[in-house]
Design a protein around this ligand. Structure first.
Ligand code: 2AM
Ligand code: CA
Length: 271
């Protein structure tokens, strides 16, 4: 669906998403500058899956501001869980996407704020304070990095550029090496910066031809999916089988290489 009913104030929410993403990113920067003092914890048994006080504080900040401004809206966040998922408007946010980069001093992380309306990704803002880039978009209004419109690549073969990829230890890694082998065999090249939101935005911007992650969570990609759609990209059936809550394999790409990448991944993509 390309337009929301007039009873919802879309412009107010779009403007709020952009402002909040920028403010939250500055809060992130204040932690990032003192990252050596941050206590880093591991989620579950996976030593690579980390979280810090910065993640929790930024999520609390965003959640409180949204609740104040749009009390009727639902919420789903990586760190604090969900509320009112049956509401027409549901915010889906990741306070820091690229946490492993954040805690290791690599300048590849962002704040991602997306909004579902009636179950469809409708608007999104992704703030990358290390590169002074705000990616944002709203259905029917286009997608932008700062003020520059985004458009996916016109490439027709993976050999013509770079493909983002990623995996994580608990699930899906058996699909990763076979995919890499096929990508290289067909003349493609991989890229990984550790942030699903930024790599999705880079596909929308035509910087990457596509991006495959063996499993992603909805807060990592929801804002980016709006940009991707507005920039002319394609995505797999990510929301099937309760994907909003549980996550799923994830592929986004420009139309000219989507099928080529989907064939490299095989049935596990939408199986
Ligand atoms: P994060 O930085 O918010 O944890 C990198 O390959 C991408 O995978 C990032 O968007 C990262 O998000 C995400 N990621 C890391 N651990 C994950 C997990 N356990 N499940 C799903 N996605 C994960
Ligand atoms: Ca995160």
């Amino acid at each position: 669906m390309n337009s929301a009913p007039s009873s919802l104030d879309i412009e107010a929410r779009y403007s709020c998403a952009r402002t909040l993403a920028l403010e939250a990113a500055q809060l992130g920067m204040s932690h990032y500058r003192q990252r050596n003092t941050l206590l880093v914890e591991h989620k579950g048994n996976d030593l690579q899956d980390v979280v810090s006080i910065a993640d929790r504080q930024i999520e609390d900040f965003i959640r409180a501001r949204l609740a104040e401004r749009f009390p009727e809206d639902g919420f789903l966040g990586e760190e604090s869980g969900s509320s009112d998922l049956a509401a027409r408007c549901v915010w889906v946010i990741d306070p820091i996407d690229g946490t492993a980069c954040f805690v290791n001093g690599l300048h590849n992380w962002c704040v991602s704020i997306g909004l579902l309306i009636d179950g469809e990704p409708h608007l999104g803002a992704i703030a990358d304070p290390n590169h002074n880039e705000l990616f944002h978009g709203c259905l029917g209004q286009g997608a932008f990095v700062n003020d520059t419109p985004l458009k996916v690549s016109a490439a027709t073969n993976v050999a013509q550029g770079l493909t983002g990829t990623g995996t994580f230890h608990p699930r899906g890694k058996e699909h990763f090496i076979p995919f890499l082998e096929k990508l290289l065999a067909e003349g493609g090249m991989f890229f990984r910066n550790g942030s699903g939101a930024l790599m999705t935005a880079y596909v929308a911007a035509g910087r990457l031809l596509g991006y495959y992650e063996t499993e992603l969570k909805s807060w990592d990609c929801l804002a980016g999916l709006v940009l991707l759609k507005e920039a002319g990209g394609q995505v797999n059936d990510f929301f099937r089988n309760d994907g909003l809550i549980r996550g799923n394999p994830y592929l986004v790409a420009c139309p000219g290489v989507y099928q080529q990448l989907a064939e490299m991944i095989g049935p596990s993509l939408d199986g």
